[in-house]
Write a protein that binds this ligand. Sequence first.
Ligand SMILES: *Cc1c(COP(=O)(O)O)cnc(C)c1O
Length: 374
Amino acid sequence: MPGPLPIPFLSFAPQHDPLRSDVLAALARVYDSHWYVLGEEVAAFEREYAAFNQVPHAVGVANGLDALTLALRALGVGPGHEVLVPSNTYIATWLAVTHVGARPVPVEPDPATGNLDPARLAAALTPRTRALLPVHLYGQACRMPEIMALARRHGLPVVEDNAQAQGAAFGGQLTGSFGALNATSFYPGKNLGALGDAGALTTADAQLAEQVRVLRNYGAAQKYRNDVVGYNSRLDELQAAVLRVKLGHLPAWTAQRQQIAAWYGRHLAGIDGLRLPAVAPGATHVYHLYVVHTPHRDALQRHLAAGGIGTLIHYPVPPHRQRAYAGLGLGPGALPIAEALAATCLSLPLWPGLTEEQVAAVAAAIRGFLMPGG
Ligand SMILES: *Cc1c(COP(=O)(O)O)cnc(C)c1O
């Protein structure tokens, strides 16, 4: 038997190799149908994904950023409006707000979970606030009942960024089913990944679903009749066919992710200076990423790399410190929680198929570095 090392940050092999013939058959079905854009595969995937997400409607689009952008467009968010976003998210959340002409207003997270803190969200409201955009970061559901109650009190729509959390829930209700119009991504590395770019919106509102169907297809409800200034952001038949195969396996993959996280929790317990992911009461976590925090992050990452263990940083620079957002004038220290999380976070290998022996090897390498002789 080979040893557990090296351990890549991500391996698709255990997910994709057993599905090879099913996926190739799906691709062949599309090839032979001679129909490649907005056909039966997309329609079927939309029905199946809506059923999975326990919402009446899903609309396939080209990627997660477009899903967020179309959601905001359909809700009438635009110039002069502010949208409350987490200070510590992937930049796509902010970009969607900027692309519709509105202003992303960052709200600092609960430092323990990294997710939006409803009290800080309430404190950030202004008369210009037009929507709330919570992100279920790393796969953990935000405290949605409190966020929805706040939104209702102020008459504001919620758009969930569910790119990392397909199948997560709060109080038993699935993420992607709380907000007016919610976005997800099927980028290959997401919990449900296509073989390229893909995304979707989910909603309970038939009219909003129809609006985003029009927006994704040049603003035309009827071919060559363009009622609004739309986009070309359609989900391909090929990607939809692949996603249909993979969707059936998502619950089992999620269970594996949660099992691996539990192994990490056990094997990493009691290491000085290492903070493990915290899960809020009522929330479930589907572990898109397993993110630990340590002040010795950079040295630890180098040590693990030297030992054949791949890690990544999600994300090294928060959006307000990116050059793209220099215009906001938010200098170093402006959002201290986001900046501290970015300086200390490290994502460990976690993918369906990772074994407990491999988890133990990662944990032993971390323990050996942070507690030498301990
Ligand atoms: C991946 C991701 C997106 C964007 O999805 P794409 O399909 O890559 O455009 C948006 N928000 C979050 C939180 C993400 O992780």
